[in-house]
Design a protein around this ligand. Sequence first.
Ligand SMILES: NC(=O)CC[C@H](N)C(=O)O
Length: 410
Amino acid sequence: MTSSESAAQTVGQRAADTALLVLEDGTVIRGRAYGARGVTFGEIVFSTGMTGYQETLTDPSYHRQIVVMTAPHIGNTGVNDEDPESLKIWVAGFVVRDRARRASSWRSRRELEDELAAQGIVSISDVDTRALTRRLREEGVMRAGIFSGDALPSLPGTHGEAELLAQVQASPQMAGADLAREVSTPEPYVVEPAGEFAGREPLATVVAVDLGIKAMTPQRLSERGVRVHVVPSRSTIDDLTALNPDGVFFSNGPGDPEASVHEVALLREVLDAGLPYFGICFGNQILGRALGYGTYKLRYGHRGLNQPVKDVTTGKVEITSHNHGFAVDAPIDGESIAPHDGGRYGRVIVSHIGLNDNVVEGLQCLDIPAFSVQYHPEAAAGPHDAAYLFDRFVDLITDDATANTQKDAN
Ligand SMILES: NC(=O)CC[C@H](N)C(=O)O
């Protein structure tokens, strides 16, 4: 090979390796193709978690979102078989600063880049993720597209970019998206008591409605002696009561809670049946809506592992794991009467408040056995400060429900 041939090849390889990240506001960022080549669209959001990229990638709540990691070096510990939160990667695309050149961990089975490619996740590296995050923080999250390989524009320069921007601007919005059904399990399954409770009679039975459930959630209940029936999001109240549950749980999940008409109606039937209820994240927003409060879209949301939250019932501050772009609109000072149907569900307090921005992070009903949090006590990834919430739920479904609601309220 002559030196000019090898130079041409290097240039060709470099060109073939280009990826473009195009934001809805017209920003175009050039980086290197990472993972699969092609095109993807989604709402671009940032996560500040310094660890846990595998849990992030496999969290079904990220369905239709392109995730930017603010941690600058991604892939260092490769991909293992223990940390996934579901059976596949759900993010629509992945944006990183530096990709690890080689994974190093005793648990690693594969390189992250190979995994992204194998699962068809179009991604981009060598992006100034600090500048990008600042832009999203100021302007708010927006639609974006990642383009590489054959999806790069046929025309050079700004003409080509305009073509890509038009595609981004034609892609679906997150506001109004009803997505739980796209990620929910098609069939019910059971998670039996585990750990010290393995093989024993369950202390209680919970039906968990899967709106995009993370694997760690039923596990946190099963390790407390609970049998968990995980059921599809489209289940009816009869499907739930047929399992004779002591309590009902609604999981985290993707999309806009305002579009979750079926889930809100189902939860009202659960509350009307007097079944104790616990919800996480999407499950908090569904409770908020079932009680008659509104939900709204945050400018850039909360995604990361070190968000301070105050439990107003104990005064304690917890450091918690978050992933939400919407929030419940309920009064944060003192009790209010749940607005739905003339106050039929009684009094409610906002039990948890985000200390960065006073966003509602938890709801506690005072007259019915129902509570929920907007953040992630299952902590995968993240700190375990909020694990007590699973104990509260198990107490609620194993003791006298009314006594417990009163106890939590005091
Ligand atoms: N993790 C979740 O359950 C997210 C809930 C909802 N999709 C939001 O973005 O706010």
